[in-house]
Design a protein around this ligand. Structure first.
Ligand SMILES: *[C@@H]1O[C@H](CO)[C@@H](O)[C@H](O)[C@H]1NC(C)=O
Ligand SMILES: *[C@@H]1O[C@H](CO)[C@@H](O)[C@H](O)[C@H]1NC(C)=O
Ligand SMILES: *[C@@H]1O[C@H](CO)[C@@H](O)[C@H](O)[C@H]1NC(C)=O
Ligand SMILES: *[C@@H]1O[C@H](CO)[C@@H](O)[C@H](O)[C@H]1NC(C)=O
Ligand SMILES: *[C@@H]1O[C@H](CO)[C@@H](O)[C@H](O)[C@H]1NC(C)=O
Ligand SMILES: *[C@@H]1O[C@H](CO)[C@@H](O)[C@H](O)[C@H]1NC(C)=O
Ligand SMILES: *[C@@H]1O[C@H](CO)[C@@H](O)[C@H](O)[C@H]1NC(C)=O
Ligand SMILES: CC(=O)N[C@H]1CO[C@H](CO)[C@@H](O)[C@@H]1O
Ligand SMILES: [Ca+2]
Ligand SMILES: [Ca+2]
Length: 573
């Protein structure tokens, strides 16, 4: 044990570590940690995670090497869409706590050097929001807060929606209001009416919400569902996508040229960037950041960062979902390489990359890409240039939970025929803290979603206490390594060595950090002498690796066990 620690120290010593980044650049190499508050920690044992629970676990973030946390929505909401239907943007939902508790959370995080980012859901409000109630009732100030349109009449004289637009959650995107005698637009559930961004009063009201929270000390916003902000002003019918297998009730049935990624939408993101930048200019302090959620083709995604020449800036980064959408359990090493290179080739030099393996809308990485590949993928994400994003639980290799249809909560999956295929409940089960009742999520009340049975083997406490290696210890070691100069500023190259082995190399002057990752089921011998010199040493290894930390690998013939992943340092001279 002692000897290993000593060797590791000597190896690390030869690498250069940088001082903390400039205050306007802190986010460029940061690890952002997504907290799903409902499932994180339930302080009052009512079955729902809450802000006090996050405060109780606040030391987990600095201990894990996390720079910033972002909280999925915690605002007042009827919870028709798990908080993505907000009835008051400036008030914490009582299920999660109060605005005062949120202030305490921000202070406690800041005192530990951890930033706090909130979720901003700008496309739509809840239908219970006072704005919408007043809009339905025709109160003058709020009349045009939402997208209203007159009915059309079909050849049989029946009232029909103004056009063919379809909701992401299926069926017409329009719902009739008897009170108002008009249709309102909702790109998601009918309880989520779309705001009218062509109304300058709405634009200003939404900017004021950003300013409200900036004043409270938050460090930025993750912006939900941005492609949907604006729609075609003339409400033109969308053309058919002609994708096979869909009918006129399915979102995929249409090609969304009039409801997604409009130039006005990009402009709104650029305006919001100006709001946060102006706030920093006026109030000082570190950069406040915007991160946008846009599942879009890669060139469109890049436009959310700003114009290619940087004359107008948008989000500090727009999530790179490629490692989620491109890969599955059967992907080859070349698939991994292609996914990474697609991003690196598309992003203009002036912008900062980011890497995401999971979130509350996708199966957990341990389940999607295999529990034994967790360390390898965490290494890949941590060693690639730019921002690393972690979904809570990834650091301990938490897998999807087991949730039956009866126990399910996801509104997009309330149909037994589609539950297994589309429910997002599996990746939302409570965090596994320890092996006590309910995995330490609370003290015994029935959680809103069941705790996974796997918590007896996979939990934070065991992974800290073990004398040997654990996913969590690997994660911590990676977090420390990220401030290394090679990872901060080194070149990047990635290639497939065999069908299953990925080699990622970061190089800065004569120092390199190399990842060798065998994602396959079979052991293989690889020759990596083209990329690795004989002056290397193993810095971090996956939990089952039997190799010695600090020991060199013989580049001409490295035997990698199934799922083995190694981070090695190398000197070229
Ligand atoms: C939101 O809640 C705050 C605090 O309770 C209240 O002052 C404000 O009027 C509410 N806003 C709306 C739009 O309902
Ligand atoms: C579309 O398909 C669904 C089943 O996926 C079916 O229930 C519905 O009747 C179909 N609608 C039309 C208009 O064909
Ligand atoms: C993105 O833009 C590049 C350069 O203009 C082009 O070669 C590529 O085909 C585009 N990709 C997509 C998916 O549109
Ligand atoms: C992976 O491959 C197996 C065997 O060919 C197949 O049954 C399975 O559906 C594939 N999984 C995915 C996610 O493509
Ligand atoms: C490690 O080895 C154990 C026992 O052989 C096995 O159950 C587990 O899947 C392996 N994990 C990894 C990450 O390879
Ligand atoms: C590589 O090493 C393994 C055992 O470590 C050995 O079986 C194999 O023959 C070696 N391959 C070459 C090309 O030297
Ligand atoms: C890198 O290696 C070259 C070739 O051996 C050597 O000349 C140079 O001084 C080294 N640079 C640094 C910064 O160590
Ligand atoms: C991927 C995705 O769609 N995420 C969120 C987008 O916004 C809708 C509506 O607010 C949410 O339901 C999704 O979770
Ligand atoms: Ca609670
Ligand atoms: Ca919209």
């Amino acid at each position: 044990m002692c000897l290993k620690t000593f060797v590791l120290f000597v190896t690390l010593y030869s690498l250069t570590y940088s001082a903390r980044a400039d205050s306007q650049d802190w986010w460029k190499h940061a690890t952002f940690y997504q907290i799903y508050p409902r499932s994180f920690e339930d302080s009052d044992n009512d079955g729902i995670g809450d802000l006090q629970g996050i405060i109780n676990k606040i030391d987990h973030f600095p201990a894990s090497g996390v720079d910033a946390v972002w909280l999925s929505p915690i605002f007042e909401s009827p919870q028709v869409d798990q908080g993505y239907d907000i009835s008051n943007y400036t008030k914490v939902d009582p299920a999660y706590g109060t605005n005062e508790i949120l202030n305490t959370l921000i202070e406690e995080a800041h005192s530990r050097g951890v930033k706090v980012v909130l979720d901003f859901v700008p496309n739509h409000t809840s239908d219970k929001h006072q704005w919408f109630i007043d809009s339905v009732n025709g109160v003058e100030e709020y009349r045009d807060y939402y997208v209203w349109a007159n009915a059309k009449v079909d050849e049989d004289g029946n009232r029909v929606p103004p056009n063919n637009w379809i909701s992401v959650f299926k069926n017409s995107a329009w719902t009739w209001s008897d009170e108002r005698q008009q249709y309102y637009l909702h790109e998601f559930a009918s309880a989520q009416p779309d705001l009218n961004y062509r109304n300058p009063v709405v634009v200003e009201a939404m900017k004021n919400i950003l300013r409200f929270w900036l004043d409270k000390g938050v460090d930025g916003f993750r912006i939900d569902a941005v492609p949907y902000l604006f729609e075609n002003e003339d409400l033109l019918d969308e053309p058919l996508s002609n994708l096979p297998g869909y009918n006129s009730t399915d979102y995929e049935y249409l090609d969304h040229i009039y409801t997604q990624n409009l130039p006005e939408t990009l402009d709104m993101i650029y305006q919001w960037r100006q709001v946060v930048d102006d706030f920093v200019t006026e109030n000082g302090g570190d950069a406040r950041v915007l991160m946008t959620e846009a599942y879009a083709d890669i060139n469109t995604t890049m436009l959310y960062f700003g114009t290619a020449d940087g004359t107008r800036l948008g989000a500090h980064f727009s999530f790179n979902f490629n490692l989620i959408t491109d890969l599955n359990i059967n992907s080859t090493a070349q698939d991994v390489v292609d996914s990474v290179n697609k991003w690196l080739e598309a992003i203009p030099d002036i912008y900062t990359s980011n890497w995401v393996l999971g979130n509350h809308d996708n199966h957990r990485v341990a389940t999607r890409l295999g529990p034994d590949n967790v360390d390898g993928f965490n290494m890949l994400k941590s060693l690639l240039p730019g921002v690393a994003v972690t979904y809570n639980g990834e650091e301990i290799g938490q897998e999807n939970g087991e949730v039956s249809y009866e126990e399910g909560q996801d509104p997009s999956a309330r149909d037994p025929d589609i539950f297994d295929a589309v429910s997002r409940d599996f990746e939302r089960t409570p965090y596994q803290w320890d092996d006590s009742v309910n995995a330490g999520f609370n003290t015994g009340a029935k959680p809103w979603l069941p705790v996974s049975e796997k918590y007896h083997e996979t939990n934070l406490k065991i992974e800290i206490a073990t004398a040997g290696s654990s996913h969590y210890k690997v994660y911590q070691d990676l977090a420390k390594l990220r401030s290394n100069e090679v990872l901060l500023s080194g070149d990047v190259a990635i290639k497939a060595v065999t069908e299953d082995v990925v080699l990622l190399k970061r190089r800065y002057e004569n120092d390199s950090v190399v990842l060798l990752f065998n994602k396959g089921e079979e052991a293989v011998d690889v020759d990596v002498s083209e990329d690795v010199s004989a002056r290397n040493g193993i810095l971090i290894k996956s939990i089952n690796s039997t190799k010695e930390l600090g020991a060199p690998v013989l580049p001409a013939n490295v035997t990698l066990a199934a799922h083995e992943a190694l981070v090695i340092t190398d000197k070229s001279a």
